[in-house]
Design a binder for this molecule. Structure first.
Ligand SMILES: C[S@@+](CC[C@H](N)C(=O)[O-])C[C@H]1O[C@@H](n2cnc3c(N)ncnc32)[C@H](O)[C@@H]1O
Length: 230
């Protein structure tokens, strides 16, 4: 699927952010800001945003970072990162191309790693996701924080049904109409109901060796911010 995903992310960068803002009625921005605010609470001198895409989270981190803090962003999609590099804050962000399964950083490099709306992509299997969570933990300093923002599974069955219906009926057609990528938004919409609930993802983080795991559900559980400490 890696090549399939890279192909999808080569098709959508130009209108990716617009599609997100329309599909979530602007909530994705609020959620990223909220996650960024939680993320930076721990401070530190080296912060990394993985699966950074067009760099929205990395830009929030850069805006919130003290001058002496270096912000890095990595993704395996050159077309997505090219959009990120056009942003005015990009000059002060260190970009790299990498697959998050094997991050090109030494152990214990960062005090903070963030990830937004990408964990579903890394969920090819439970085993793969655990491997990636451990890889992120490896590059964190002891005491460093991993903050993950992702769509989630509402606990209430009725809300979950409505949320899945929205994903099925709107995400694919709206995403396709805006970006022109039917395959891309078919995949992205389909990955929403297959993902974990907030409690299940907390448990997976604990299994990957993190401590201090906590999550905050957003908009009735449609999304969640997870905090996990190495
Ligand atoms: C849905 S986008 C999210 C982008 C950005 N974080 C955001 O909040 O909008 C998912 C991103 O994850 C990247 N990605 C998916 N799998 C990856 C992997 N194994 N290694 C690195 N990047 C990956 C894709 O290229 C894409 O840019």
């Amino acid at each position: 699927m890696k090549n399939g995903l890279e192909k999808i992310y080569a098709e959508i960068p130009r209108r990716y952010e617009l599609a997100n803002h329309i599909m979530t009625l602007g909530f994705d921005r609020l959620w990223r800001r909220r996650a960024a605010a939680i993320a930076v609470e721990g401070g530190g001198r080296r912060w990394l945003d993985i699966c950074s895409g067009t760099g929205e989270m990395a830009v929030y981190l850069r805006k919130l970072a003290p001058n002496e803090t270096s912000v890095y962003a990595t993704d395996f999609s050159m077309p997505m990162l090219s959009r990120a590099r056009r942003k005015s804050e990009a000059e002060e962000i260190g970009f790299s191309i990498s697959d998050v399964s094997f991050l090109p950083f030494a152990d214990s490099t960062f005090e903070l790693v963030t990830c937004s709306f990408a964990m579903r992509n890394l969920n090819r299997s439970r085993k793969d996701l655990l491997h990636t969570l451990r890889e992120v933990r490896r590059v964190l300093e002891v005491g460093g924080r991993f903050v993950n923002l992702e769509t989630s599974r509402p606990e209430n069955a009725l809300i979950r049904f409505a949320f899945d219906a929205y994903a099925r009926l709107f995400v694919k057609p709206i995403g396709t109409a805006i970006t022109g990528s039917r395959a891309g938004y078919g995949y992205l919409a389909g990955s929403i109901p297959r993902f974990y609930g907030a409690g299940e993802l907390d448990d997976l983080m604990l299994e990957a060796g993190y401590r201090g795991v906590a999550s905050k559900r957003l908009m009735l559980g449609a999304a969640a911010v997870h905090l996990a400490v190495r």
